[in-house]
Write a protein that binds this ligand. Structure first.
Ligand code: AKG
Ligand code: FE2
Length: 289
């Protein structure tokens, strides 16, 4: 497996190490690329499942449809992908992604969500936004006073299941906006200033969820798919309820990394009144069961 981490303004030959990647995510362009992270077979398997699931019986919740509520069915989500194929269990634990996310969010980071976003031909795209848990930051007063971008509460990884082009709705983003720690507004002229996440199927773009971004209209004749993975520090409540939603068979066969991602290692909240007596936090403790 060949992987190269390339900052958006870097040439293809410039490789970034983990620390440089973290710096890029925090205070640089806000994203790093792993080109060719997944092979064609992995991508074809994942894409087939997404395509099939996206047109299931029941309509699913979606987000950031802004002024296009009437065209909401042109953006299809497939939630809780870990139940939908071993390929997603493998994708969510890509070693280089784990390495960067661990250095960025702390090495006990968890999974907030793994879902697919499929924009059908003619789909209108999204409003510029920031991602969970910042995603309702337009209600600024609901966030702590002085909330800022000095450390991150989110790290996104988009796995391209199709080549991302200007025509088919490649994600638009505005580099560096993660440092602003706010929801974009109409007068930010996002669409006049944005760049596009252009890449090949199998590439992964890791980005700070505070970077202003959105899916763009798909003007091509076929759908455009991506896996959207949300990683969070251990203490942030996940967006998808992993412990209730991920099937018992997946949890029972989980690797140590997947157990961590599902939040199986982090014991809170718990009913402390019913917990085994003893000293469980602090420097000198016994391990919790
Ligand atoms: O699919 C895309 O291009 C971006 C989707 C996105 O940012 C989101 O749904 O939060
Ligand atoms: Fe987003």
């Amino acid at each position: 497996m060949r992987c190269s981490r390339i900052g958006v303004h870097a040439t293809i030959d410039e490789l970034m190490d983990t620390e440089q990647s973290v710096t890029a995510l925090l205070t640089g362009a806000g994203h790093v690329w792993l080109r060719g992270a997944f092979d064609a077979e992995t991508i074809a398997t994942a894409r087939d499942i997404v395509e099939r699931e996206a047109f299931g019986e029941t309509p699913k919740v979606t987000h950031f449809h802004g002024h296009h509520e009437d065209e909401v069915q042109l953006q299809r989500r497939v939630w809780n992908l870990l139940n939908k194929g071993q390929v997603f269990v493998d994708v969510v634990q890509h070693p280089e992604v784990m390495d960067i996310v661990g250095a960025f969010l702390g090495d006990e980071f968890i999974l907030g969500s793994i879902a697919a976003n499929l924009i059908m031909s003619g789909g209108p795209g999204q409003e510029p936004h920031v991602d969970y848990p910042y995603w309702d930051m337009y209600k600024r007063s609901s966030f702590p006073r002085n909330v800022n971008a000095s450390f991150a509460l989110n790290c996104q990884a988009t796995v391209l299941l199709d080549d991302f082009t200007e025509e088919n709705g490649a994600t638009a983003f505005l580099p560096g906006t993660q440092t602003l720690c706010r929801y974009p507004q109409e007068d930010d002229a996002f669409h006049d200033r944005c760049e596009r996440m252009l890449g090949k199927a199998g590439d992964v773009v890791i980005f700070n969820g505070l970077v202003w971004h959105c899916a763009m209209p798909n003007r091509s004749s076929r759908s455009r798919s991506a896996i959207l993975i949300q990683y969070l520090p251990k203490f942030v409540k996940p967006m998808e309820d992993q412990l209730r939603g991920v099937a018992a068979r997946v949890q029972e066969s989980a690797s140590p990394m997947l157990r961590q991602l599902l939040g199986m290692n982090y014991p809170y909240p718990q009913l402390l009144d019913e917990a085994q007596a003893g000293n469980t936090e602090g420097r000198y403790t016994r391990p919790q069961k």
